[in-house]
Design a protein around this ligand. Structure first.
Ligand code: B12
Ligand code: SF4
Length: 466
């Protein structure tokens, strides 16, 4: 008898309004697809659903009826928890008794929530490449598998932590064929071509910004070889016709020599692609920026986060404001655009400091900017430091009243809204965005986005890389 079917689900974080949905970039869930590829390698028939790009309109039920999976896997970030709860209820209501595995950031940070609420039979803690197939292969004798958590007599049992034994080059490519690559797009006005997708060069980040969730990869770095990345880029270009890529690493230049080798290989391979990546403002090196430009890089995303030095120090960002000015200047000189991310509403941050952040974002003159409302992700240092609660039911703003917050939720929404208006409702920036419209559908989406912003409905979002 063959191995049983497995259904992998990205539960999705569906922004509240249609406009936000249209204006949000979508990317294939690479973690889920990486684990799916490992299941396939072990001989399991695997299916996948990504509810970030499809409505919950009975597809889950249809997939279960069709495939009768023995295992169902959910990839869990904190804002997706309400969707996971709803889907698990629907799965059980159908009488489906599949073993449910939850993995990803949120399940790793708080496995007890998933186990005690009956959302998971097993939580895969940390990187899932080896633990997840081991659970499916060994079920129900799973107690010796490292990197998992489960309930024994109602008590949460966590097995020993799995050390990273995987070599990234030896992993199969993420099983992108399980989803429709054409469903994934960058936000309008922000993309260069109608199809884009993402790749990874490394795992880990050596920094310790306290708001950033590093539960899965931590500080230990692992890299892929330039050859394997270029082979994947070529494969994606030739198989899916994609010419625009997002390197989703926390930092692209984290190991300058390896990055340079990759850049040189990309140039000599004449890939005919464009790409962007994330990097810290204090690590932008003029010589490497020039090479990045030559290899097709057109934009760098950088989390500047705050315009107040006190707040930057509070969150251990490790940068000075002057460094951000200097970093952006170097990128512009190399002919590379910049997108800067800011977070407003850190614990103890005052309204004056938030205004400093907005002023600083204008002073830096990035091509694009995103303002996120601070969210205390479970597992982050800042959530521990200030003992900040997470509100599961809030999809957009997890903001329970707390003494370290200086403004109310409603005031916070107003401040984020003001930030977007001050930045984007400006003739130069409107013109810059308008010039980038080269797909007819973008005109409609951006028009709707502008109306939403004018009405004060554009406050959403969280988190910021690099
Ligand atoms: C790419 C990315 C996106 C993309 C694509 C999202 C997607 N569906 O993958 C976009 C831009 C759309 C996005 C949106 C959002 N993101 Co995001 N995103 C990332 C980023 C940079 C990389 C994710 C990734 O592909 N990693 C590579 C893969 C290989 O790792 P992985 O996903 O962790 O998967 C491994 C394990 O987690 C585990 N695993 C994962 N899924 C499963 C499932 C099963 C069944 C099993 C067994 C194991 C398993 O095994 C995998 C292999 O080892 C991470 C930061 C990071 N460095 O990881 C943030 C991150 C995941 N995002 C985050 C957040 C908050 C969001 C948003 C809410 C908004 C935002 N802008 O920040 C939305 C929510 C989207 C959603 N559906 O959850 C947070 C999550 C924090 C938390 N505790 O919940 C992160 C960690 C950023 C951060 N440092 O704070 N994101
Ligand atoms: S914010 Fe960026 S630099 Fe800081 S820990 Fe997170 S990924 Fe690393």
């Amino acid at each position: 008898m063959g191995k049983p079917d497995i259904l992998m689900i990205e539960p999705g974080y569906i922004p509240d309004s249609l406009i936000e949905r249209l204006a949000t970039s979508t990317m294939p869930p690479l973690g889920l697809l990486q684990v799916a590829a490992m299941f396939e390698q072990e001989g399991f028939p695997v299916h996948a659903l990504d509810f970030s790009v499809m409505p919950m309109d009975g597809r889950l039920q249809k997939a279960i009826q069709k495939h009768d999976p023995a295992f169902i896997g959910f990839s869990c970030t904190a804002p997706c928890l309400p969707n996971v709860q709803q889907m698990v209820r629907e799965i059980r209501d159908m009488g489906c008794e599949a073993i449910i595995l939850c993995g990803g950031y949120d399940a790793t940070a708080r496995p007890e929530v998933y186990l005690e609420r009956g959302l998971a039979d097993v939580v895969v803690v940390g990187e899932g490449e080896f633990s997840a197939p081991a659970v499916a292969n060994q079920w129900p004798d799973i107690e010796d598998i490292p990197g998992i958590a489960f309930l024994r007599n109602g008590e949460v049992v966590k097995t020993e932590q799995r050390t990273r034994e995987l070599k990234l080059d030896e992993l199969p490519m993420p099983a992108r064929h399980l989803l429709r690559m054409g469903d994934y797009k960058l936000a309008p006005g922000y993309r260069k071509s109608p199809r884009s997708t993402s790749v990874f060069f490394n795992r880990g980040c050596p920094h310790r910004c306290t708001f950033c969730d590093r539960t899965i990869f931590g500080q230990k770095m692992s890299f892929r070889s330039p050859q394997s990345i270029v082979a994947e880029l070529k494969h994606l270009r030739d198989t899916y016709g994609v010419h625009e890529f997002r390197f989703h690493d926390d930092r692209f230049l984290v190991h300058p020599r390896r990055s340079e080798e990759l850049l040189d290989l990309m140039v000599s391979s004449k890939l005919d692609i464009e790409w962007f990546c994330a990097e810290r403002v204090d690590k932008l090196d003029a010589r490497l920026l020039k090479k990045m430009k030559a290899a097709g890089c057109y934009r760098i995303e950088s989390g500047v986060e705050a315009g107040s030095q006190r707040v930057l120090d509070l969150i251990k960002k490790g940068i000075k404001k002057e460094t951000a000015v200097e970093g952006f200047r170097k990128a512009r000189e190399a002919g590379i655009g910049v997108l800067s991310n800011f977070i407003l509403g850190f614990p103890t941050e005052t309204v004056e400091e938030m205004m400093e952040t907005i002023d600083f974002s204008l002073e830096l003159e990035p091509d694009y900017t995103a303002y996120f409302m601070f969210q205390p992700y479970p597992g982050t240092d800042i959530a521990r430091e200030f003992d900040l609660p997470w509100d599961d039911e809030h999809r957009r703003f997890s903001r329970l009243p707390h003494h370290s917050y200086t403004v109310s939720n409603a005031e916070m929404e107003g401040i984020i809204d003001l930030a977007y208006k001050r930045f984007y409702l400006h003739p130069t920036r409107i013109w810059r965005l308008a010039k980038q419209i080269d797909h007819p559908e973008d005109i409609i989406t951006m028009g709707m986005g502008a109306i939403s912003m004018l009405r004060g409905g554009f406050a959403g979002g969280t988190g910021a890389p690099a």
